[in-house]
Design a binder for this molecule. Structure first.
Ligand SMILES: *[C@@H]1O[C@H](CO)[C@@H](O)[C@H](O)[C@H]1NC(C)=O
Ligand SMILES: *[C@@H]1O[C@H](CO)[C@@H](O)[C@H](O)[C@H]1NC(C)=O
Ligand SMILES: *[C@@H]1O[C@H](CO)[C@@H](O)[C@H](O)[C@H]1NC(C)=O
Ligand SMILES: *[C@@H]1O[C@H](CO)[C@@H](O)[C@H](O)[C@H]1NC(C)=O
Ligand SMILES: *[C@@H]1O[C@H](CO)[C@@H](O)[C@H](O)[C@H]1NC(C)=O
Ligand SMILES: *[C@@H]1O[C@H](CO)[C@@H](O)[C@H](O)[C@H]1NC(C)=O
Ligand SMILES: *[C@@H]1O[C@H](CO)[C@@H](O)[C@H](O)[C@H]1NC(C)=O
Ligand SMILES: *[C@@H]1O[C@H](CO)[C@@H](O)[C@H](O)[C@H]1NC(C)=O
Ligand SMILES: *[C@@H]1O[C@H](CO)[C@@H](O)[C@H](O)[C@H]1NC(C)=O
Ligand SMILES: *[C@@H]1O[C@H](CO)[C@@H](O)[C@H](O)[C@H]1NC(C)=O
Length: 460
């Protein structure tokens, strides 16, 4: 047969692929048995992430990323973990400045952005603060303590526990004028479950543990979480009392429930209920998001990667699952041997794909040994996480998150956030017409962008 045009471009494609692979072999040669090699890869990824952040420059707002607010929380969480695992404090000042600037009244409801936030948006900042407390991240000299910030997010969110439908649960959105207010979803409920479990373990305060158990048990009464198959759905509807589910499968939804169950296991000194949840959820997670078609040890966002339709939010999810699995392996030691080959395989897979632009730009997909042509803050955030956690095997017990009785000294404020009258549903009438219009416009734009997309995702 004569070569067709298609044939030629296919061979050109193979050639480019081969050249990229060669360049990759020269550029980012990750050796997971070498801590120096892992640190170099993590440093490279973090640098590539931070070229997208101008919050510490004149004329910019600390902690605010262009076009998104929640991603700032995820980015700082990633940098706190990066510092903890690698010891590199290059970005610490920016983390402290941004985390305090956006703190609102110690609850991550800053008035510039609060009128169109979802519970999950706020939660990511709360989880970043919790992580800072657990990893003994340096305190701010004149701001809120990390623990108080996490408590502030907990306090404002439990106030929004909604019994008007489905016998409980967190709605996705905070205010009724936001698109998505009619949904209850896994990341909002799993996020608060996780935060409550981590606060319980850190402080020893049983109120947090009771909330964690209540949120988990409630989730299991809805399609969001099955405690028999351990399926985690993305969302369910309040309009039919949580009878139906949006069953999209996302790594971070599993990750947030695994993380919460792992901390409850640890907090309760190893009860069966929480071990069953961890092992059940882990089993599905490892089977589903580490496809055997790519060797079975490389994490993949299976819903959007094959067809290359992952949006910015979704590109972050693998980084979240990476760190939540890593912490799970530390607080539920019996999972370590099962989890580690997957985190190491994923890091090696990712490194082999971070070969873009001749400067180690990372793409979305971590399999295939080629750069997929994607780039951005979110791609770099996820690879910063998967490289950073691979330092754990070199750290022994110093990798584990601490508590107030094992070296953590972040100052507790159980009533943090309770004085902010703007931050709960009771006061939505206080939102001005201007705010409402602003929120509505943004929401409409977002909803417009989402039409035809495969999943409901985070706002902001
Ligand atoms: C890598 O190269 C691309 C294309 O030149 C550029 O846009 C990007 O900023 C570079 N990244 C880093 C981390 O230097
Ligand atoms: C912002 O932080 C980066 C380090 O990430 C640093 O290189 C830069 O000089 C800082 N800018 C200002 C204005 O402090
Ligand atoms: C709120 O917006 C003002 C005006 O742009 C800005 O100066 C301030 O830093 C912002 N604060 C937060 C927390 O984003
Ligand atoms: C599963 O969850 C339901 C609803 O919370 C509960 O009634 C049931 O006891 C749970 N089953 C197990 C095995 O924990
Ligand atoms: C776990 O064990 C410790 C030490 O024996 C004990 O102080 C603590 O109360 C136990 N925690 C729970 C939730 O039972
Ligand atoms: C999950 O459980 C099923 C059924 O017991 C088993 O066949 C499968 O190998 C398990 N997967 C993992 C990753 O352990
Ligand atoms: C709780 O986590 C710590 C820190 O990783 C670990 O040493 C301890 O064994 C865990 N407790 C249980 C019951 O597994
Ligand atoms: C970790 O433990 C191993 C074996 O116990 C020891 O050789 C190594 O020095 C320890 N590493 C650190 C960073 O403490
Ligand atoms: C916690 O301990 C660190 C290290 O010893 C210290 O620098 C910090 O000031 C302490 N923080 C508080 C709130 O006591
Ligand atoms: C435990 O947490 C609850 C809820 O925030 C709070 O009301 C209570 O004061 C806390 N108890 C202690 C001893 O800190």
């Amino acid at each position: 047969m004569m070569p067709t045009a298609g044939g030629w471009s296919r061979w050109t494609g193979y050639l480019v692929t081969a050249l990229l692979a060669l360049q990759g072999a020269l550029a980012l040669d990750l050796n997971i048995d070498s801590s120096d090699s892992i640190k170099a890869a993590a440093s490279n990824a973090a640098y590539g992430m931070m070229i997208h952040y101008q919050g510490n420059e004149t004329g910019h707002i600390p902690g605010k990323l262009p076009g998104t607010w929640w991603e700032g929380g995820a980015m700082f969480m990633t940098l706190i973990q990066y510092w903890h695992f690698t010891g590199d404090d290059t970005y610490n000042e920016e983390v402290i400045e941004g985390m305090q600037w956006q703190a609102g009244d110690c609850d991550y409801m800053p008035s510039n952005w609060s009128s169109y936030l979802g519970n999950d948006d706020q939660m990511f900042w709360g989880l970043a603060a919790m992580t800072a407390a657990e990893l003994n991240f340096p305190d701010s000299t004149d701001g809120y303590s990390w623990l108080a910030l996490a408590q502030g997010v907990f306090n404002t969110q439990v106030n929004r526990w909604d019994t008007t439908s489905c016998n409980g649960g967190m709605r996705w959105q905070i205010y009724s004028y936001e698109a998505g207010y009619d949904m209850k979803n896994s990341i909002s409920n799993g996020g608060l479950f996780q935060l409550a479990a981590r606060l319980a373990r850190y402080t020893g305060n049983t109120t947090y543990a009771e909330w964690a158990e209540k949120i988990f048990d409630w989730s299991a009464t809805t399609p969001l979480l099955s405690n028999s198959t351990w399926n985690v759905a993305d969302s369910t509807e309040t309009t039919n009392d949580c009878a139906t589910q949006g069953d999209d499968q996302w790594t971070y939804n599993y990750g947030t429930y695994i993380m919460g169950a792992a901390y409850m296991y640890n907090y309760t000194n190893g009860t069966t209920k929480w071990l069953d949840a961890v092992t059940g959820l882990l089993n599905v997670t490892l089977d589903r998001f580490f496809p055997s078609s790519h060797g079975g040890e490389i994490m993949s966002e299976i819903l959007c990667e094959p067809t290359e339709v992952c949006n910015d939010n979704e590109i972050i999810f693998k980084g979240l699952l990476s760190t939540w699995l890593a912490f799970t392996s530390l607080v539920v030691p019996s999972t370590y041997d099962e989890i580690w080959p997957k985190l190491q395989g994923s890091a090696q897979g990712a490194a082999a794909t971070c070969i873009g632009n001749s400067n180690n730009t990372c793409g979305v997909r971590w399999y295939g040994d080629v750069w997929d042509g994607w780039s951005g803050l979110e791609e770099q955030m996820s690879t910063t996480s998967i490289f950073s956690v691979n330092m754990i095997p070199f750290m022994n017990t110093s990798a584990a998150p601490v508590t107030s009785t094992t070296g953590g000294n972040s100052t507790s404020d159980p009533s943090a956030g309770t004085t902010d009258k703007d931050s709960d549903t009771e006061t939505t009438t206080a939102i001005t017409t201007g705010d409402k219009a602003g929120a509505g416009i943004l929401t409409t734009v977002f909803v417009g962008m989402w039409i035809g997309m495969i999943a409901w995702v985070l706002i902001g």
